[in-house]
Ligand binder design. Structure first.
Ligand code: MN
Length: 488
């Protein structure tokens, strides 16, 4: 039995909310806590703790990620409809539509059970659709999963394995695509030991030893670099030794690469020095100073500022030989790049909060989604590691409002129109794809934003469309509309 006290945890949540300057009605937050507390009263987790500890931990994580108040409240309420007699209707009555919608989104995802690779694509697709409705749903799901992973040791081994494997194969890749590196790392490191227990033991034995030796050396290099940058008048906000102790799983994957072949000496960024400087110009300035001090290793200078990674990551990386013949990696970035790297899409909440309007968020999210889809089709490695059956013959396109429509490859704007609504299909006279006029036989691509042009005087579809469309749904709707006219 644990002696975690719910009231104390709630006080901690309030403190985090204040520290992170998250705006919102704290009285309403307290009501949400009381509501969840009462709904879960008498329930205990497998660990023996009162159930309310879990939603509290979920909300705490969301507050640490600096998400908005409705997201934190939905975190408190996220298991209420699933596990208690209280319904979504009651949540809506008490806390409004926005929070009820978030809770509904999580409840829907909760019904997905991972059943190995054959279910992978299906799960991913559903996550995708849930995200497109409101990205915050997936962020709550991450916080929920993190706490479940932290308390996994009390569950039977088969359940541990299932949850951990699902985390590595579905949740972590999504966190990566959303560029939330911090959450991705936490998810992976918590799941690692349950999926690959032997290798986890191996890694946790070799790393601390190696790390200790290198860390001491890097502290010395750090002092030297600090002094030199000051002489050159380059301001540094922060310079710190960054160990990979917190990213064991990504290190493990790196060690498994064929040319590294489990040899730790071939990993140059086991430990690195990270510089945070005020401006982009300072980034390049600092790089110049470093290369003046130490000889750079050829082929290891990476300019992710000029060429960001597909998920938006930006930094300058360089690996150098120090005077003692040691090899050290440096990462140089601005504060904004740093926040983006750690919090990804979640970072935008802080900068882009616009008085509860969700439009701006959705547009930003849409951009990310389109980027992500492009990446899925471009990135061979991702396709090799997981077989994306659904993505290989399905495309995802968007309405101008950002709703996702899921169609087979080769689908046309007419298919799209009938999938949105029969009457939209029947009255369709043209289409714009990504703001360009196209003909109605045009083949849509994943990520396209499709707008249907209608003529309200038009009553029947063109019979020739039956041969143009790809989906049987559109075919049968066209036939039905034509038959209706013939019968008159
Ligand atoms: Mn939960």
């Amino acid at each position: 039995m644990s002696d975690i006290n719910p009231q104390q945890e709630f006080e901690k949540l309030l403190t985090t909310i204040k520290d992170n300057q998250i705006a919102g009605d704290l009285e309403l937050l307290r009501l949400a806590y009381d509501f969840a507390f009462d709904a879960h009263a008498g329930q205990v987790r497998a660990s023996g703790e009162p159930y309310i500890i879990h939603p509290l931990a979920t909300a705490q994580k969301l507050a640490e990620m600096k998400l908005d108040m409705p997201t934190i409240m939905a975190g408190l309420l996220h298991d209420v409809p699933e596990d208690t007699k209280v319904t979504l209707k009651e949540i809506e009555k008490n806390f409004g539509v926005e929070i009820a919608k978030l809770v509904e989104g999580i409840t829907k995802l909760g019904k997905l059970k991972y059943r190995g690779m054959e279910r992978y694509a299906e799960n991913l697709r559903k996550m995708f659709v849930a995200m497109s409705e409101d990205i915050r749903v997936i962020l709550i799901k991450f916080a929920d999963r993190l706490h479940n992973l932290k308390t996994l040791d009390v569950l039977p081994p088969d359940k541990q394995f299932r949850i951990a494997k699902e985390t590595l194969e579905i949740y972590a890749p999504i966190a990566d695509r959303l560029a939330i590196g911090k959450i991705k790392g936490e998810l992976e490191d918590l799941a690692f030991q349950y999926v690959y227990p032997e290798d986890y033991k191996w890694i946790t034995t070799i790393i601390p030893r190696e790390y200790k030796i290198k860390e001491k050396y890097l502290q010395e290099v750090k002092d030297k670099v600090k002094k030199k940058l000051a002489e050159e008048n380059i301001v540094i906000d922060e310079i710190s030794v960054q160990g990979r102790t917190k990213h064991l799983y990504s290190l493990y994957k790196k060690l498994l690469r064929p040319h590294i072949n489990r040899d730790l000496n071939k990993i140059y960024d086991l430990i690195a020095l990270r510089l945070i400087v005020p401006t982009v110009v300072d980034c390049y300035g600092a790089l110049g100073v470093l290369h003046g001090m130490f000889r750079p290793m050829p082929g290891r200078i990476k300019d992710y500022i000029a060429n960001p990674k597909p998920n938006g990551y930006q930094s300058l990386h360089t690996t150098v030989f120090t005077d003692d013949g040691e090899i050290v990696e440096f990462q140089i970035r601005t504060r904004e790049m740093h926040d983006q790297a750690e919090f990804g899409i979640a970072a935008h909440w802080n900068y882009k909060e616009t008085g509860g309007k969700t439009t701006a968020k959705n547009i930003k999210w849409l951009e990310e989604l389109v980027k992500w889809q492009k990446q899925i089709t471009d990135n061979d490695q991702f396709l090799q590691t997981v077989k994306l059956d659904v993505f290989q013959n399905r495309i995802f396109v968007f309405t101008p409002k950002g709703d996702v429509i899921d169609l087979p490859e080769g689908a046309t704007p007419i298919d799209f129109a009938y999938h949105v609504h029969s009457s939209l299909g029947d009255k369709c006279v043209g289409a714009r794809v990504n703001e360009q006029l196209v003909n109605l036989g045009h083949q849509l691509q994943s990520g396209d934003i499709v707008e249907i042009i209608t003529d309200k005087n038009r009553k029947t579809p063109n019979p020739d469309w039956v041969d143009t469309v790809k989906t049987s749904m559109a075919k049968s709707k066209i036939r039905a509309a034509i038959n209706k006219i013939k019968l008159k």
